[in-house]
Design a protein around this ligand. Structure first.
Ligand SMILES: [Zn+2]
Length: 338
């Protein structure tokens, strides 16, 4: 994709237009029509727990209400869904009341058997200077805020999508808070939000500093790192399938070294990573079954979610399907049920 000719496709919840999302989905769907992905059925044995949905109107005029989200879940065998607030100025075009932590918690309280709330906070609410923290008292102040959300039912933190380097000192303060509260983090990583570079050295600094904190990644910078040849430009765009994956990508290297790294397969980054090189993808999904979580990044009515077809067409062994569709989410978020 030529960056000079078109804006960078940074994320399913970023500057990707609906038209381009559909185009990317169509390409992904085409790629998965290869024989190795011959589909058998579209009804999963194990219903989904979706690790990545949003309420509100990410796109103007395309509002996802609680009722709308529940209806979409019913249509697609999604038993439960994590509702992710968006709170940072870089996270969504127009921050709205439905995108707050309070709205996610309210929705989950109203539908405890279907919706799971995460909470979110921008680390720039405070500083790293004890002499000049501002309104929030550093780590202690952020802990107080997030503890309230947790006590109200929040099961994790995210979508963490902040326009700072991934291991910036202010981000590290926030990770310290989530680590102490045992709030798993779902994060966005590209060249603008949760910023990192090929090899993911900044993400590695965080994985190393907080080895017990589950970190669940998505978006194009994260997923381009499935391939050993990911470039700086790849952190701000989606590849066009088919595009072979070079073994030895940063994701495999980091998952070998750190037990706390997980992958959210949502949005075009996840869809394309699982279709650009079908043979590699199926082997990766099977080999990393303990680290992958089903996610859609559903944020607009009628949005196409190619992940349903992609997983179905892989015809995965039963235990692999269980882990990715729901088992890993149950384990990491300590949810009731099986
Ligand atoms: Zn995202």
């Amino acid at each position: 994709m030529n960056r000079a000719a078109s804006p960078p496709l940074t994320t399913g919840t970023g500057r990707l237009s609906r038209r381009r999302f559909l185009a990317a989905s169509a390409v992904a769907a085409l790629a998965c029509q290869r024989p190795v992905f011959a589909a058998r059925n579209t009804r999963p044995t194990h219903k989904y727990i979706d690790i990545h949905t949003h309420l509100g109107a990410f796109h103007a005029g395309q509002n996802v209400s609680v009722k709308g989200l529940l209806g979409w879940m019913d249509e697609h065998d999604v038993e439960r869904a994590v509702v992710l607030p968006l709170v940072s100025p870089e996270a969504a075009p127009r921050l709205q009341a439905m995108q707050t932590s309070d709205a996610a918690i309210e929705a989950a309280q109203a539908h405890p058997d279907r919706l799971i709330a995460f909470c979110c906070l921008d680390p720039r609410v405070t500083t790293t200077n004890p002499a000049r923290y501002g309104h929030v008292d550093g780590v202690r102040g952020m802990t107080e805020i997030l503890k309230r959300y947790q006590d109200a039912g929040a099961r994790g933190f995210g979508e963490h999508k902040v326009g700072l380097p991934f291991d910036h000192p202010q981000m590290m303060q926030l990770y310290e808070v989530c680590d102490s509260l045992e709030l798993p983090i779902l994060f966005h990583l590209d060249d603008l939000r949760g910023i990192d570079t090929p090899g993911l050295p900044r993400l590695e600094n965080v994985l190393k500093a907080f080895p017990k904190l589950p970190l669940i990644g998505h978006a194009c910078g994260f997923w381009s790192s499935i391939s050993g040849d990911a470039t700086k430009e790849d952190f701000g765009r989606y590849p066009t399938p088919p595009k072979p994956i070079t073994p030895g990508g940063a994701l495999d290297r980091l998952m070998d070294a750190y037990g706390n790294l997980y992958c959210d397969i949502s949005e075009p980054g996840g869809a394309i990573a699982l279709t650009r090189d079908p043979a590699f993808a199926r082997e990766f999904v099977t080999r990393r079954a303990d680290r992958l979580l089903f996610g859609s990044d559903y944020l607009a009515p009628g949005q196409q979610i190619p992940q349903f077809e992609i997983l179905s067409a892989m015809n995965l062994p039963d235990e692999v399907q269980y882990k990715i569709h729901r088992g890993n989410a149950i384990r990491i978020l300590r949810l009731a049920g099986t």
